[in-house]
Design a protein around this ligand. Structure first.
Ligand code: SAH
Ligand code: DHB
Ligand code: MG
Length: 223
C-alpha cells in the first residue's frame, strides 16, 4: 500500500468514528462538485477541528476568508450560538451562490453572511463597520494574499482571538525560499509574520490524509 493510500484510509477511519459529518455536509460537497467547484474544501476531520476550535474559543463571531461552497463555513457556524455571526468573504460570485444554497440547507442563513468580492476590498469595508472583534478567523483564500489577511485579521480581532491559516505546507513547497511562486511567498510571509509579531503566539501543525501533505498555522492574539 502506498503511503498516501494509507493516509487516506486512516482519514476515512477517523472520519467514520470522530468527524460526525452528516447528510447536510455531504450534500454541500456533492452540490459543490456538481456545480464544478474545485474539490479543495477542508476534509471532514479538518472541518471538525475547526468546529472544536470555535467551541474551545467560546466563539460568538467568526470571520472566514475563502468560502468556496461553504463546507468549512457550515462546520464553524455550527459552533456558534443562535445569535452568533459568521462573515465569509468569497471572490467568486459563482462559488458564493453555491455556498449560500448549502448554508441555507444547513439552516444557518441567520448566522452566516457571504460577501462577494476580492477579500482585500471586502476587509476594509468590514473594518469600517466597526464590527465586534472576531473570536476566530479562518484564512483559506488565495495563498498569495495570506500574509495580508493575517494583518487584517489582527485589526479585526482582540486579545484571545484565534487565527487559523490553511495550506501552510502544500506538499513541502513552503520550503521553496527562492521567492518565485507568489503563493509560496504569501504563505512564508504569513508564517514569518506570525513568528515575529509581538501580538501573536503561533505554531503550525503538519497534516496528511484526504488532502495530501499540508498543514495549518494557528496563532493566538495576545494583548
Ligand atoms: N474554506 C473553503 C475552501 C476555500 S477554497 C472550505 O474549506 O470549504 C479558496 C476560495 O478562496 C475559493 O472559493 C476562491 O474563489 C476564493 N478566493 C480566491 N481568491 C480570493 C480573494 N482574493 N478574495 C476572496 N476569496 C478568494
Ligand atoms: C488549493 C486551495 C486550498 O485552499 C486548499 O485547501 C487546497 C488547494 C489550491 O488552490 O490548489
Ligand atoms: Mg484550503
Amino acid at each position: 500500500m502506498s503511503e498516501s493510500q494509507l493516509w487516506d484510509d486512516v482519514d476515512a477511519y477517523f472520519r467514520a468514528h470522530l468527524s460526525s459529518d452528516d447528510e447536510v455536509l455531504r450534500a454541500a460537497l456533492r452540490d459543490s462538485e456538481a456545480a464544478g467547484l474545485p474539490p479543495i474544501a477542508v476534509t471532514a476531520a479538518q472541518g471538525k477541528l475547526l468546529r472544536l476550535l470555535a467551541e474551545i474559543q467560546g466563539a460568538r463571531t467568526v470571520l472566514e476568508i475563502g468560502t468556496l461552497g461553504g463546507y468549512s463555513t457550515i462546520w464553524m457556524a455550527r459552533a456558534l450560538p443562535a445569535d452568533g455571526r459568521l462573515v465569509s468573504l468569497e471572490y467568486s460570485a459563482r462559488h458564493a451562490e453555491v455556498a449560500v444554497r448549502n448554508i441555507a440547507r444547513a439552516g444557518l442563513e441567520q448566522i452566516v453572511e457571504v460577501r462577494v468580492g476580492p477579500a482585500l476590498e471586502s476587509l476594509p469595508k468590514l473594518a469600517d463597520e466597526n464590527p465586534a472583534p472576531f473570536d476566530l478567523v479562518f484564512i483559506d483564500a488565495d495563498k498569495a494574499g495570506t500574509a495580508r489577511y493575517v494583518e487584517w485579521a489582527l485589526r479585526l480581532t482582540s486579545t484571545g482571538s484565534l487565527i487559523v491559516v490553511d495550506n501552510v505546507v502544500r506538499g513541502g513547497r513552503v520550503l521553496d525560499a527562492d521567492g518565485a511562486d507568489p503563493d509560496v511567498r504569501g504563505i512564508r510571509d504569513a508564517v514569518e509574520l506570525i513568528g515575529r509579531h509581538p501580538r501573536l503566539s503561533g505554531t503550525a501543525v503538519q497534516t496528511v490524509g484526504g488532502k495530501g501533505y499540508d498543514g495549518f498555522a494557528l496563532a493566538r492574539v495576545l494583548a
